[in-house]
Design a protein around this ligand. Structure first.
Ligand code: SDX
Length: 428
């Protein structure tokens, strides 16, 4: 494989190095392009543009491969705990038993939030979207830990900030759901593990003993692992670019939450469920009609398509298989699952979708499981953020450790040429 490319431009030729990663992905390194040629590149949506060299997550969109630090997502989803995976993403290796125990104890010590944070909920009008509340809460955390505002502080301070964020996120997410229902907030209990504590704070109540259903705990653990990282997606790139200005971690994560909210990104899981409910309630389950509207460009098929996967999203495969088992273990059926499977089968046999390599992505089945576990639809993207948090943190930490430049893209200007300033009387 060549380690350089030659560019011909205006009767001159220029050579640029080619970088090749451990999975044989190659990139033209164009740091000197503008200085040597006067040219910049233009790549709307960064479809062909690498923003960093990262050691964290590898995707192969053609083969449908996803690995965190070299471990296949199937192994992690079925054999690891979410805290193990968070440790792996952030610190680069799976923890030993002793390291895992110490880390779980560390996180347990930071699950409480400042009592004043609860007062912030009082300003939200009822029915305000949980993602707007989560964004607010993430930036609020920076107000309570002024020492964490300097991201160039010593590693111990950074690790403390990381532990605080990971530990407080479930507490905050549970508060959002409890406050949304007008129920009393439950405080974290040190006797529970990370996922069980989240489920206790979310579904427990002050009037009775909480009994954790192992099926629900296992499903939640798997859902969080499947969402934990995904290389340079929209929200992760946002976290990195905000962090590249040396903004603190809380501010960078708040920005990531904002980006994830979009219906083309993490917000899709809520849109998928609403789409399936619409097919059930308004389209009389007529999947063919819906697919025709998609082909007529009247709507998107939410939960389908992906910028990188041109094959099945491996996470969707795992979630589809889990849907059946979780629903049956919970003794639940959901007509929306049947509609989803009918929609998938029809789309995967329709040339319009096949030609465009549109397959179900992580959001297509996740909402059905979240609903079966008892979460309201508007909480789905909050749950995506809860899972994605360790990935955002790992990517932010890597960007800081690599001492990466501030992210500042160029542009091609296409506006008016220079013109004189007209007085207001002369303006038409
Ligand atoms: C996530 O990047 C990540 O890794 C994200 C994520 C993560 O873990 O961080 O995986 C999480 O965001 C998953 C995606 C969730 N979003 C949705 O499900 C919303 C619906 N999907 C689309 O908005 C779309 O597929 C995107 C935004 C996800 C990808 O958009 P692209 O890259 O622009 O899609 P494309 O270039 O592959 O599109 C090719 C064609 C186009 O049609 P033509 O112009 O060729 O006729 O396919 C069409 C698109 O219009 N198309 C769809 C479609 N997605 C693409 N048509 C109908 N329904 C869709 N969902």
């Amino acid at each position: 494989m060549s380690n350089k490319v030659t560019l011909q431009y205006a009767d001159k030729s220029y050579e640029f190095p080619v970088l090749t990663g451990t999975e044989n992905e190659s990139a033209i390194e164009i740091a000197k392009l503008r200085a040597q040629t006067g040219l910049i590149t233009f790549d709307e949506g960064f479809r062909n543009t690498g923003s960093t060299v990262s050691n964290i997550t590898f995707l192969d969109g053609e083969k449908g491969i996803l690995r965190y630090r070299g471990y296949d997502i199937d192994d992690l989803a079925n054999k690891a705990s979410f805290v193990e995976v968070a440790y792996l993403l952030i610190y680069g290796e799976l923890p030993t038993a002793a390291q895992l125990k110490a880390y779980e104890e560390e996180l347990t010590m930071h699950t409480l939030v400042h009592e004043n944070l609860k007062k912030v909920f009082d300003v939200f009008p009822s029915g305000s979207h949980p993602m707007g509340q989560l964004m607010t809460m993430m930036s609020c955390l920076s107000s309570f830990y002024p020492n964490s505002l300097n991201p160039n502080s010593n590693p111990d301070e950074t690790n403390l900030t990381i532990s605080r964020l990971l530990a407080k996120m479930p507490t905050i997410c549970a508060m959002i759901q409890k406050k949304g229902k007008g129920h009393p907030v439950l405080y974290p209990q040190n006797k529970y593990d990370y996922v069980t504590n989240f489920l206790y704070m979310t579904f427990g109540n002050v009037s009775e003993e909480f009994v954790a259903d192992p099926v629900v705990v296992d499903a939640m653990n798997k859902l969080l692992i499947l969402h934990a990282d995904h290389e340079q997606n929209c929200s992760t790139s946002t976290v990195r670019i905000v962090g590249s200005s040396h903004a603190n971690l809380y501010a960078s994560i708040a920005a990531g939450v904002a980006a994830l909210w979009g219906p083309r990104h993490g917000g899709a899981n809520q849109e998928v469920l609403e789409m399936l409910e619409g097919i059930r309630d308004n389209d009389n389950g007529d999947v063919k009609k819906v697919l025709q509207e998609v082909k007529d460009k009247k709507r998107l098929l939410m939960g389908f398509g992906h910028r990188v996967y041109r094959n099945f999203d491996p996470r969707a495969k795992i979630l589809k298989a889990s849907c059946d088992s979780i629903l049956s273990k919970l003794g639940k059926t959901d007509p929306l699952l049947n509609i989803a499977m009918e929609l998938e089968a029809a789309a995967l046999n329709d040339p319009y979708f096949v030609e465009r390599k549109l397959y179900p992505n992580v959001d297509f089945y996740s909402g059905i499981i979240y609903k079966a576990l008892g979460f309201p639809t508007q909480m789905f993207t909050v749950l995506f953020a809860l899972g994605r948090l360790p990935g955002w943190i790992a990517q932010w930490k890597e960007m800081r450790e690599h001492k990466e430049d501030i992210g500042r893209p160029r542009q091609v200007y296409n506006g008016p040429a220079q013109r004189s300033f007209p007085s207001i009387a002369d303006r038409k």
